[in-house]
Design a protein around this ligand. Structure first.
Ligand SMILES: NC(=O)c1ccc[n+]([C@@H]2O[C@H](COP(=O)([O-])OP(=O)(O)OC[C@H]3O[C@@H](n4cnc5c(N)ncnc54)[C@H](O)[C@@H]3O)[C@@H](O)[C@H]2O)c1
Length: 347
């Protein structure tokens, strides 16, 4: 039985990590820690687990692995401290807020010989897995271009806080780009089995404000034009200002033999429109969105099961620190491109 600790006890811990650990028979949550003791106490009472007063106490309590579910700027320190004390770590995305921090996390994992996995849950959706298989088996031909979008009304709806830390550059560093753009950038690399080698981007603060009307200090929209090593070109738009009823989490891949449409139709999560032949439609799953994820969610994202099976060496981890670092390199390059207004080459 793998003994689990949770660091950071609010939204993502409550709607994803805790329910998915509880649903996995090979692990057990032992204790939790949050800088806001009330949040830790709430989880402690609800799930009958211990609330620790410091992270050192939690790490010294005999846990084998931890989830890091804190705000972005703390990911590196928390993960490194846990790895240094011999724990496996599942750290939420974005991996960290600087390239050097990401590198240090990978080094800590290597030195400790413990798993560092990053929470890129989009890799585990049945629709995305099937799309990767279609692309790898050449069913859509050579990938020529792609569009990927992730937009919703913003994190103030997710955290029920109009002045969320997600808006604060010192705590979040990036806005929509790190909240949503890391998912889609990593997803494109995953689907195409390819790496992004060039980016031109523009980040903007188009609308979002704090409740007093002052502008937030991070991007609420980001637009990236990507080129991959295999020669595909594509666009990513991520946004916190899609103020409709439904989120947009869609991806279209345009190949020489047809088009893949992923989460692009309310009834069919996976559509393949071949250049010649009949359209293939499957309803494989509904992707997790901000409204449907609750602490009573029955649908697993698969991320915790993969973390546990990777620790047990029943499967090979598909999103280690080293793998996530390749996606983060693109995010940092996009940031540079937006600042300099120039295309950035990624080595
Ligand atoms: N994979 C996904 O789809 C997904 C979705 C949402 C959020 N996230 C990520 O999860 C992380 C947490 O987001 P959230 O929505 O749960 O935020 P949240 O504000 O709801 O929760 C963060 C918690 O961390 C605690 N915390 C902050 N600093 C701490 C510290 N130094 N030590 C201990 N606890 C600390 C806060 O008190 C709070 O309880 C973020 O990095 C976010 O990007 C990932």
């Amino acid at each position: 039985m793998i003994k689990i600790g949770i660091i950071g006890c609010d939204k993502i811990a409550q709607v994803r990590h805790i329910p998915e650990y509880n649903a996995n028979s090979k692990c057990k949550i032992i204790g939790v820690y949050d800088i806001n003791q009330e949040n830790a106490n709430y989880i402690s009472k609800k799930y009958n687990v211990k609330a620790f007063k410091t992270v050192d106490e939690l790490l010294g309590s005999g846990v084998d692995a931890v989830s890091v579910c804190t705000s972005n700027s703390t990911h590196a320190n928390m993960s490194i401290q846990a790895l240094d004390s011999g724990k496996h770590v599942l750290c939420e995305k974005p991996m960290a807020i600087t390239y050097d921090e990401c590198l240090s996390m990978c080094k800590a994992s290597q030195n400790a010989n413990k798993l560092l996995m990053i929470g890129h849950n989009q890799r585990f959706s049945p629709t995305h897995i099937k799309a990767r298989e279609y692309i790898a088996s050449n069913k859509i031909g050579k990938v020529l271009s792609f569009h990927t979008t992730f937009g919703h009304p913003g994190p103030e709806a997710w955290t029920s806080n109009p002045n969320s830390w997600f808006f604060d550059k010192t705590k979040a560093h990036f806005g929509a780009m790190a909240d949503l753009g890391v998912h889609k950038t990593d997803l494109i690399r995953f689907l195409l089995c390819d790496d992004i080698c060039e980016v031109y981007s523009q980040f903007g603060i188009l609308d979002k404000t704090y409740s007093d009307g002052s502008p937030i200090s991070v991007d609420d929209n980001a637009f990236c034009c990507y080129k991959t090593k295999k020669g595909a070109m594509g666009l990513m738009h991520v946004s916190w200002t899609f103020y409709g009823n439904s989120e947009d989490n869609s991806t279209q891949i345009y190949g020489s033999k047809g088009i893949l449409r992923l989460y692009d139709d309310p009834d069919y999560s996976f559509i393949f429109e071949p250049r010649d032949g009949e359209v293939q439609k499957y309803n494989l799953d509904q992707i997790a969105d901000n409204k449907t994820q609750t602490d009573n969610s029955v649908d697993s994202t698969g991320i915790i099961d993969h973390f546990i099976s990777s620790i047990l060496k029943e499967s090979k981890c598909i999103i280690t620190g080293e793998e996530a670092l390749k996606s983060m390199k693109v995010i940092f390059a996009a940031e540079e491109s937006s600042k300099t207004n120039k295309k950035v080459i990624i080595n």
